[in-house]
Design a binder for this molecule. Structure first.
Ligand code: BGC
Length: 480
């Protein structure tokens, strides 16, 4: 701290000349770059942790909750690693107060969470489950009592099963179903929740749910996939409009998964492949909202999506979000430009150029800090993107608990490196206003079950005991 203040006052070169001859100015520069301070990000910058209902709540059939597509999918044999399910998960339904204490202990400002649609509307529409609403009231009130801001995601992948039975996101009626759900959530919680996200990563849940079939509802359908995309785009804007009308003082946002996408080699084939991947994975959902339409010029397959547009949809897809959430986990190194679904699936598997296993996370994803800088720059280049939050970033490593401690040094380094890159983008003018860690707790990692551990807090799934990892303690110190 002292060293840093001195550097600020007399400049790096001056500081270097005052230091023992052994320590060269170059080393000082390098060290100064490594040292990250909360204040560098500005006083209004929000720090938080992110979660999602199905991944932590458990209580899948408790107090009147209806089944979701994830309940059904995970109950089918062979869909999830070790046939694990989210039936119990982290039991957050019962432990929310203790878990919100942990958020406090780590000096985080924000708790990002999602609503399980079928907990409050067991059939997706119609009958309201008051016990479900009461649960979220308790979560929101407890957060506020502890001085934590609740940030609410309307949809983090768990569609009510009854709606999937009617065609799910591939049925245009979903615009009405979703509107009913959003109105209920806004009217129930809008008096206390002021920061909203319509969707979590639409490219992920449409692609994995309706194209590769690796996530719920497990469809591999060239017919349903483009329909689902268009209806999600419509709901994205409609959800924004409903929130703005019913919660006038709300900050309305939505989130996107974004990867830096590079051609493997500087040859036409790879460059074209990268362009298509970028259109499909990074640009597909934001551009229609910004009034730019679907990026079908750069990926002609997207004309399949445009086919499902009805008169007036081009205007209805537009919504002026107050903020955009960006979520970054890996980069993609593109090689193939063809588009049968199988190739698409292969491409979306992140390809890494490093051979060094130490640089891969437990998901097999490459640690590539510069990627977060690249996607923030890409997002902030859009006219119409006013504020950016990193609504998720984090990594799974093979954590071990020993004598009540989890020494996750790799994760601490990961955060330092990624935060350094977020700061670089911010210092160059990108309007980044906050950073939320994925995730508060180790949790149910979708098709990968409980194997990957992403939490700042270690969860012993047998006892539901929580232990703040060293990375959580690092944040506690960093943010104090
Ligand atoms: C999702 C999370 C998920 C995380 C790690 C994000 O794509 O929003 O639900 O757990 O990535 O895979």
């Amino acid at each position: 701290m002292k060293r840093r203040q001195a550097i600020k006052t007399i400049g790096l070169a001056g500081a270097a000349s005052l230091i023992l001859p052994k320590l060269l100015a170059k080393d000082l520069l390098a060290q100064a770059n490594l040292e990250l301070l909360k204040l560098d990000f500005g006083t209004g910058f929000k720090w938080g942790v992110a979660t999602a209902a199905y991944q932590i709540e458990g209580a899948w059939n408790v107090d009147g909750k209806g089944p979701s597509i994830w309940d059904n999918f995970s109950h089918k044999k062979g869909k999830i690693r070790n046939n694990e399910t989210g039936d119990i998960a982290c039991d957050f339904y019962h432990t929310y107060a203790e878990d919100l204490d942990l958020v406090n202990q780590m000096n985080m400002d924000v708790f990002r969470f999602s609503i399980a649609w079928s907990r409050i509307l067991p059939n997706g529409t119609g009958l309201i489950n008051q016990k479900g609403i009461d649960f979220y009231n308790r979560v929101i009130d407890t957060a506020l009592e502890k001085g934590i801001e609740p940030w609410l995601t309307l949809y983090h992948w768990d569609l009510p099963q009854t709606l999937e039975d009617k065609g799910g996101w591939a049925n245009r009626d979903v615009i009405n179903w979703f509107s009913e759900y959003v109105s209920l959530v806004a009217n129930s919680f809008g008096d206390r929740v002021k920061n909203w996200m319509v969707f979590n990563e639409p490219a992920a849940f449409t692609g994995l749910g309706y194209m590769t079939g690796t996530h719920a509802p497990g469809k591999k359908s060239l017919g349903k996939y483009p329909k689902a995309i268009h209806h999600v785009v419509m709901c994205q804007a409609e959800g924004g409009r409903i929130l703005r009308a019913l919660v006038p003082d709300a900050q309305v946002g939505t989130t996107y998964s974004m990867s830096s996408i590079h051609p493997k080699e500087k040859i036409k084939k790879h460059e074209n492949a990268a362009k298509r991947m970028d259109a499909l994975l990074n640009r597909l959902f934001i551009e229609p909202a910004l009034g730019l339409g679907y990026p079908s010029k750069d990926f002609t397959y997207l004309k399949e999506v445009e086919k499902h547009m009805q008169v007036g949809d081009d205007q209805k897809m537009i919504f002026d979000f107050d903020f955009h959430g960006v979520q970054n986990y890996f980069r993609i190194v593109a090689t193939q430009s063809a588009f049968p679904p199988v190739l698409w699936a292969n491409q979306v598997k992140p390809v890494h150029l490093v051979e060094d296993k130490a640089k891969l996370t437990d998901m097999g994803w490459e640690v590539y800090p510069q990627g977060i800088y690249e996607v923030i720059r890409q997002l902030s280049a859009y006219k119409g993107v006013k504020k950016i939050y990193v609504t998720e970033n984090g990594a799974a490593f093979p954590d071990q608990i020993e004598n009540g401690k989890v020494k996750d040094i790799q994760r601490i380094q990961y955060f330092k490196d990624y935060l350094g890159e977020v700061l670089r983008a911010k210092n160059e003018g990108a309007p980044v206003h906050g950073y939320f860690v994925w995730s508060l707790l180790d949790n149910f990692e979708w098709a990968e079950g409980y194997h990957p551990r992403f939490g700042l807090v270690y969860v012993d799934y047998e006892t539901q005991r929580r232990t703040i990892k060293d990375s959580g303690l690092w944040f506690k110190e960093f943010l104090k």
